[in-house]
Design a binder for this molecule. Structure first.
Ligand code: BMA
Length: 389
């Protein structure tokens, strides 16, 4: 008996040990499973979430975008909830474009005279109503502008983004250049502004950022004839690395040269910063001449064909990042020109530039193009705010 008891005790001890071991093994497996699950599905950044949203919406149609939409129109300025687009068709644009030129100077208002506090407010408002945001930046010329003012109200060209009088600007803001320190300050001011783009709960707002655009032309200080390919890429990387280091994981990076005759994939990519540095691949293309309809359609289709193919090959999202017919001199433009140009291409969005009294690209209820814009709005292919929520 005694022996048996002893045996049983031993058995029980072994049994307890085994239970412990089994428990520990199970716990280890559970922890490992948890870790692998975490590794397989890291939490998505705001930028990744926006990318997925863009990609999903692209299956549904082409989003309509308008620059500076909530600030002013052809007959009004700074009225709550106003928008020339909404006043024409009853809905806000899906995408709104905002411009930060002037933020680098520490200015209170942008180069288009919009207070930066208003820009923050309207970006938050558009995000909260379910809309998508894209940001452009036309910083002044760091070589020729006068820090601390002196150029207020003066737009073209000295000291501005359009000042192409000196082709060493990019070189001079890169490491070793005489305006390196100044440009570091400019990037910090940009970063400080972008940090204001948060919801009242403190969540970062995702947005597209589209710096150094139309670089295939030579009308900005970062244009083709004003810097080498290496300098251009170094400029792109410098700003991108600064913002990534500052923790902006809510930025979708958009690269957009200009539309051009007989675009080829090589030409489109000749200054491309790289697959690891770009998310949206776009083109900017306008119809400048009232009689340029056929040429716009032909070139637009040819360019979008190349754009969409290259975007697909590189896993990027294509978009017509700027377009328009200045002052809508052909009121039918929305349906006779723009729609047939874009309708068969899987672009994410198109954006028309601002409605400034002297130069407008969006619709306005008082103008003859309004009725055609309503048809454009009603077309199945086009997406406005209510259709993307
Ligand atoms: C240009 C014009 C300018 C404006 C600039 C930046 O195309 O509209 O009047 O300052 O864009 O928004």
């Amino acid at each position: 008996m005694g022996e048996l008891v002893a045996e049983t005790d031993e058995y029980q001890i072994i049994h307890e040990d085994m239970k412990k071991l089994l428990f520990m093994a199970a716990a280890a497996i559970a922890v490992a499973a948890c870790t692998t699950q975490k590794q397989a599905e890291p939490e998505k950044t705001k930028a990744q979430q926006l990318m997925e949203r863009l990609d999903t919406l692209r299956q549904k149609g082409i989003m309509f975008g308008h620059q500076d939409d909530p600030f002013y129109g052809l007959t009004w300025e700074y009225q709550n909830d106003s928008s020339d687009v909404k006043n024409t068709c009853g809905d806000y644009p899906a995408v709104m474009g905002f411009e930060l030129g002037g933020i680098e100077m520490g200015d209170v208002k942008s180069l288009d005279s919009v207070p930066f506090t208003k820009i923050t407010e309207e970006i938050i408002a558009h995000h909260q109503r379910g809309g998508i945001i894209t940001i452009s930046w036309h910083p002044r010329n760091p070589l020729t502008t006068i820090e601390g003012g002196g150029l207020a109200g003066q737009k073209f060209p000295e000291g501005t983004a359009w000042d192409v009088s000196d082709s060493t600007v990019v070189k001079n803001i890169l490491e070793g250049g005489k305006k390196y320190d100044l440009f570091q300050t400019w990037m910090q001011r940009l970063s400080d502004f972008l940090a204001t783009l948060k919801t009242p709960d403190g969540e970062k707002i995702p947005f597209m950022f589209r710096p150094w655009h139309e670089n295939s032309g030579s009308w900005f200080w970062w244009g083709e004839k004003l810097c080498s390919v290496e300098e251009y890429k170094a400029l792109w990387n410098m700003v991108q690395d600064k913002l990534l280091n500052d923790g902006f994981d809510n930025i979708v990076w958009a690269y957009s040269p200009g539309c051009q005759e007989n675009l080829t994939a090589e030409r489109l990519l000749d200054r491309y910063p790289g697959d690891d540095r770009v998310d949206v691949l776009g083109l900017d293309g306008y119809q400048w001449a009232p009689e340029g309809k056929d040429a716009f359609i032909a070139q637009g289709k040819q360019n979008l064909e190349v754009l969409c193919q290259v975007a697909q090959d590189h896993g990027k999202i294509p978009a017509l990042t700027e377009c328009g017919l200045k002052n809508l001199t052909d009121p039918t433009w929305w349906t006779s020109t723009l729609l047939p140009t874009v309708e068969n291409y899987p672009i994410s969005y198109l954006l028309v530039w601002r409605n400034y009294k002297e130069e407008w690209f969006g619709p306005s209820p008082s103008k003859p193009d309004a009725q055609y814009f309503v048809d454009f709005y009603n077309n199945d292919k086009t997406l406005f705010l209510k259709e993307i929520k």
